[in-house]
Design a binder for this molecule. Structure first.
Ligand code: HEC
Length: 163
């Protein structure tokens, strides 16, 4: 009887420990994946796991409805893949470029202001969803997109996505 209780007690500890380790692992990305271009000059920056997790949550809340898996629902040509971001003008495959887009979105060739058409933080009257974003939130969100593009070759890559 006592043996059985000890056994159950030990199993309980083991299960609790396993789920604790499992959760910790789920949030841990390698430093390589978290290291992304900072600017067009080729400087790099490494985000923390916490920043990436925060960016993922913001993306899920406000962007995933159109940009799930890095695709773009209403304009499939302008995805969030590394390649698409790299070829935009100015280039958006770096943290500062992407942060700038979240503040002042422009057309793919950089010619037209899209702030009336695409959500952004500079027109809180039009886009209340992201009105309260701080500079840190914008950094986390932009960073998450680039980390995701690093980690997953399917991200935004139409030829690899099987619908
Ligand atoms: C209602 C749908 C919708 C939502 C919501 C949305 N987007 Fe977009 N996004 C688009 C469309 C459409 C485009 C293409 C715009 C164009 O014609 O250039 C786009 C383009 C982009 C681009 C440019 C991609 C490139 O390859 O140059 C980025 C970056 C982007 N969105 C980020 C975001 C982020 C971050 C959020 C959440 C805060 C968001 N979008 C929310 C529809 C949406």
């Amino acid at each position: 009887m006592l043996k059985k209780r000890v056994f159950i007690f030990l199993m309980g500890i083991l299960l609790a420990w396993q789920s604790f380790v499992g959760e910790a692992n789920a949030l841990k990305l390698s430093e390589k994946v978290r290291t992304i271009p900072l600017n067009e000059e080729g400087d790099m920056i490494t985000l923390s796991n916490q920043e990436v997790a925060k960016g993922a949550a913001l993306f899920k809340d406000n962007c995933a409805q159109c940009h799930i898996q890095g695709k773009t629902k209403t304009n499939p040509n302008v995805t969030l893949s590394k390649q698409a971001l790299a070829n935009a003008l100015p280039a958006r495959d770096n943290l500062l470029g992407l942060m700038d887009y979240i503040k002042h979105p422009t057309s793919y060739d950089g010619e037209e202001d899209l702030s009336l058409l695409h959500m952004n933080t500079e027109r809180p009257d039009l886009w209340p969803e992201i009105r309260n974003y701080t500079e840190d939130d914008i950094k986390a969100l932009a960073g998450y997109i680039l980390v995701q593009a690093n980690a997953d070759p399917k991200w935004g890559n139409l030829s690899l996505i099987d619908n």
